[in-house]
Write a protein that binds this ligand. Structure first.
Ligand code: NAP
Length: 362
């Protein structure tokens, strides 16, 4: 089965990643590329001229597609089975745009934060909480739709330490202190467009620490017995500091963690190395196998060496050692625009298609 796919925000950093990832996708075929009115009417090649973010060329299939104004919802809805969305707009406008597509019976797989905290919108890392897709039926009732809904991805900042901590939840995680070292592509930037980041660290990313502390609790939450909402986990308590560092791609996180029942180092490493996931078992095209890798070497993971592990979809962990305040500390790494954004979006869509929640219209 081939699904017709639209990308909203196709000219941006995450949108360009989608355009690359979808080039030879076995299930998905791009039929619409959408952006703001300033890009609309141009070919995709013209629209990204001077801001194509990669060394590789623009995929041939995309070059001559005419970019559509994302506000033309009915036109796009007729051309696609579902859309990915990654736009830079105020939250209220993003939510209105995403709900307009959902109400036009277009499923939306979103990278934006606008709908993340709505209780009937699943915030998905398919390896961790695929079951949250069960809330989509309730969301469809709220929106009055048959096909349309919104599923979101969590923020890129949490996607190295939440996967690393998930196999340890059974030990009763009580407290987490995390410091993230985040790449400039996470701000939609390259060094050419943000020279101030060369030889620099900026100790502030607006809104990032709040998301990093709250979003894991929704990811680790449960579907209510009625199936109407995701109930966020009440604990652990998380304290986050988020720094922008001079790295092109790849978010690193340094984690300290305390447990109700302190596991041994051997238990933790075995839990990481043995962690197998539902997307792996389902054989989804973008599922990394394994999802997690642990390094014994003391100087790994490193951003440049390890961000592309598992096609940029895997999470690398290392430097496990005792902590003088918490129980354990370690370091972990994920690719922010692949695992943390477009790649995670594609995997989420594959999961929703395989579960029959997104269907091709023809
Ligand atoms: P970006 O590079 O600034 O791209 C923004 C995109 O939004 C462009 O395609 C732009 O189109 C489009 N846009 C702006 N105004 C619009 C409008 N009125 N209608 C329709 N489209 C409009 O941003 P980004 O880094 O790709 O991030 C996009 C979203 O993904 C943000 O919500 C961000 O928080 C989230 N995200 C980013 C990352 C990451 O690692 N970068 C990770 C996770 C989540 P024009 O080119 O026509 O202006």
């Amino acid at each position: 089965m081939r699904y017709r796919v639209g990308v909203i925000g196709a000219t941006g950093m995450v949108g360009q990643r989608f355009v690359r990832l979808l080039e030879n996708h076995p299930w998905f075929r791009v039929t619409a590329l959408c952006a703001s009115p300033s890009s609309a009417g141009k070919t995709y090649e013209e629209a990204v001229k001077g801001r194509w973010a990669f060394d590789c060329p623009i995929p041939e299939y995309a070059k001559r597609i005419t970019v559509t104004d994302a506000a033309q919802v009915e036109k796009v809805a007729a051309e696609v089975d579902f859309v990915f969305c990654a736009v830079s707009l105020p939250k209220s406008e993003t939510r209105a745009l995403e709900e307009a597509y959902a109400r036009a019976e277009v499923p939306v797989v979103s990278n934006n934060s606008a709908c993340r905290q709505l209780p009937d919108v699943p915030m998905m890392i398919p390896e961790i909480n695929g079951g949250h897709a069960g809330v989509i039926a309730a969301q469809r009732r709220r929106l009055g739709t048959k096909r349309g809904f919104i599923a979101v991805k969590p923020n890129c900042s949490i996607q190295s330490y939440v996967p690393a901590l998930t196999p340890l939840l059974g030990c009763g995680i009580q407290k987490i202190s995390v410091c993230t070292y985040q790449a400039i592509s996470g701000a939609g930037k390259t060094f050419a467009r943000w020279p101030e980041m060369i030889d620099n660290v900026i100790p502030y990313i607006g809104g990032e620490e709040e998301k990093s502390e709250q979003e894991p609790l929704k990811v680790w939450g449960t579907l209510s017995p009625s199936g109407d909402e995701i109930i966020s986990a009440a604990e652990p308590v998380i304290s986050a500091q988020c720094l922008r560092v001079p790295v092109s791609d790849g978010h690193m996180a340094a984690v300290s963690v305390s447990f109700e029942r302190k596991p041994s180092a051997e238990e933790m490493i075995a839990a990481w190395r043995q962690f197998r996931t539902e997307p792996e078992r389902m054989g989804l095209p973008s599922a990394p196998s394994p999802f997690l890798q642990y390094f014994d070497e003391p100087d790994r993971p490193q951003t440049r060496l390890d961000r592309d592990f598992g096609g940029g979809m895997g999470v690398s962990i290392g430097r496990l050692r005792e902590d003088r305040i918490f129980d354990w500390r370690f370091v972990c790494l994920s690719h922010n625009t692949l695992r943390g954004a477009a790649g995670g979006g594609v995997l989420t869509a594959e999961y929703l298609c395989a579960k029959g929640l997104i269907e091709a219209k023809e």
